[in-house]
Design a protein around this ligand. Structure first.
Ligand code: XBP
Ligand code: MG
Length: 244
């Protein structure tokens, strides 16, 4: 028993992909298709409550632009194009502080690493490859690999199943309330690094909430947890949190 694996969310956790990546790519795909839809930063923030890009487009059209009468094939085509555009933006999306460092330290400490994300696998892989991180992860659980997206626990259950891990042996790293709900429902403890769109959310049941993962010259503020102050999140610090 004890800490054996870290399971990373991608969007918002590894990088600020939503505001500067997905949102921009959705808008470009809409424009290319000649659709009169532009998602502002604030509108997109509200739409993030709908997990999944296809689901988000379909929800928006149904509620705010029903006159467009977009059939499911068009939604799928738009989403495919949006993901291609996201792939081309991925190299420009900076990693959040501490992500690369913690992955390296986790590998050195013998921890296993996996991804549990709602985004499509091609987006997760594009971002990880663009930053030379893909090789860190033994399994990428993503998108439609499960039928129910976060906040349902399914993607975390799939990852635990593939890694043959008990939930108490892993810690999820998440940025959103939906992600915390998903991980907690699967029994996984969660460390939260809120992102641009989730910084005002609450994270019930989180082990701790930290500003970001921290770097030696940029320790992160501890926003919620058993201790206060600042921290550079390390595998040892996470193990200590876990052991209470
Ligand atoms: C991510 C999502 C995804 C992305 C877009 O949530 O909800 O839908 O916004 O990706 P999380 P796709 O960080 O909780 O996994 O367009 O590929 O769905
Ligand atoms: Mg996220």
């Amino acid at each position: 028993m004890g800490l054996q694996a870290l399971v990373f969310d991608v969007d918002g956790t590894v990088a600020e992909t939503e505001r500067d990546g997905h949102r921009v790519a959705f808008n470009q795909a809409f424009a290319e298709a000649g659709l009169p839809i532009v998602w502002s930063e604030s509108v997109y923030g509200a739409l993030l409550q709908v997990s999944g890009g296809k689901e988000r487009i379909a929800y928006y059209v149904q509620h705010f632009a029903p006159h467009l009468q977009l059939p499911a094939e068009d939604v799928e085509r738009l989403h495919r194009r949006k993901n291609e555009i996201f792939g081309s933006l991925a190299p420009r999306l900076a990693l959040r502080p501490g992500v690369r460092r913690l992955l390296r330290e986790a590998r050195e400490a013998g921890l296993r690493l996996a991804v549990a994300t709602t985004t499509s696998p091609e987006n997760a892989v594009a971002l990880l490859e663009a930053h030379g991180l893909a090789g860190f992860f033994e399994f990428v659980g993503a998108g439609d690999a499960v039928s129910r997206k976060k906040p349902a626990p399914d993607i975390y259950r799939l990852v635990l199943d593939r890694l043959r891990l008990a939930p108490e042996e892993g810690v999820a790293v998440e940025d959103s309330r939906n992600g915390v709900l998903a991980a907690r429902s699967a029994g996984l403890p969660v460390l939260v690094t809120p992102s641009f769109y989730t910084r005002r959310e609450s994270f019930p049941g989180a082990l701790a909430v930290v500003e970001h993962l921290g770097e030696p010259d940029l320790p992160a503020r501890i926003l919620q947890g058993p201790v206060s102050g600042r921290v550079v999140v390390t595998p040892a610090w996470i193990a200590q949190l876990l052991s209470g």
